[in-house]
Design a protein around this ligand. Structure first.
Ligand code: HEC
Length: 266
């Protein structure tokens, strides 16, 4: 019995031996790629057995390609990254050499973009809220500054008008009526009332501060007293309600300030 070994299409045997025996196949003399090794066993009586084994050889450097795969459809210009790395028997493993610079995948870019744009949006809304918080008190402060600095009646009016109307409706209208006409014989009218129209507002203001009783008002005396409001209303509220009376229902008297009320309180 003997075995003949053939490589690929060679007709001369690569080696011949009596089985069982091992032999060395030197692949470095072979091209990289697919190969076939054929074993032919010849028995003593001449009968022949055949066995084929396919194998592939890879002694050359490895090649990696990025940006191009089998059956890809290409158009225009395409950037393709190719790297080759080799390792010889006995080489020390060096990770640097086999690490192909891998392009960052698209999904990673998308993720980075999403996170970035979300954080910008978040910062934007936070900042806007912060700005709104900052500017709100500043805006009202500047309005207040304008009203105190300007002397025109319209400008000064803006600060007390709403307050004066509200204080009047809450505290005075039940007796003096919303239109200031009062109730005949019970509560004096404030429309065209000399005390309300007087240039010197001190009587008007002290009546609101301290109340009044038994006055003869335009020839009429009233049985019920006017209650004092000094303890319930602030100087600002008293000035505002006085100004409301001094400028409403056709009244056109000089307006007063909270400071005048402060002085009268003492
Ligand atoms: C409970 C009813 C009542 C209420 C509420 C009331 N008043 Fe009077 N008011 C009177 C009466 C009564 C008189 C007359 C007092 C008198 O006889 O001296 C009067 C008089 C006055 C006078 C003086 C008029 C004058 O000619 O001297 C003024 C000003 C006045 N009230 C303003 C107010 C204001 C401002 C309020 C609200 C903050 C108010 N009153 C709330 C009943 C009331």
């Amino acid at each position: 019995m003997k075995i003949e070994v053939y490589l690929d299409t060679q007709t001369e045997p690569y080696t011949t031996f009596e089985p069982p025996e091992s032999f060395r196949l030197d692949t470095t003399v072979l091209d990289d790629g697919e190969h076939t090794i054929r074993f032919k066993a010849i028995d003593t009586d001449g009968t022949i057995g055949l066995r084929e084994v396919k194998f592939s050889v890879h002694n050359g450097p490895n090649i990696s390609v990025h940006g191009l795969r089998d059956d890809d459809q290409l158009f225009g210009e395409v950037s393709i990254l190719a790297n080759a790395y080799s390792s010889k028997i006995g080489d020390i493993f060096e990770p640097m050499r086999i690490e192909t610079p891998n392009p960052i995948p698209t999904w990673a870019w998308v993720l980075v973009l999403v996170v970035f744009s979300w954080s910008m949006w978040y910062l934007g809304t936070e900042y806007r809220e912060h700005q709104a918080n900052l500017s709100a008190p500043a805006a009202s402060a500047s309005v207040a500054a304008k009203t105190t600095s300007a002397d025109s009646p319209a400008a000064t009016g803006a600060s007390w008008q709403a307050l004066g109307k509200q204080v009047y409706e809450n505290n005075c209208a039940s007796c003096h009526q919303a239109n200031g006409s009062g109730l005949a014989g019970l509560f004096p009218p404030l429309v065209a009332n000399p005390s309300v129209l007087a240039d010197d507002a001190s009587e008007h203001l002290s009546t609101i501060l301290n109340g009044a009783h038994g006055k003869i008002i335009q020839g009429i005396s009233y049985p019920a007293p006017m209650p004092p409001f000094g303890s319930q209303l602030s100087d600002e509220e008293i000035a505002a309600v006085a100004n409301h009376e001094r400028t409403s229902w056709g009244n056109g008297a000089k307006t007063v300030t909270a400071d005048e009320v402060t002085v009268l309180r003492k």
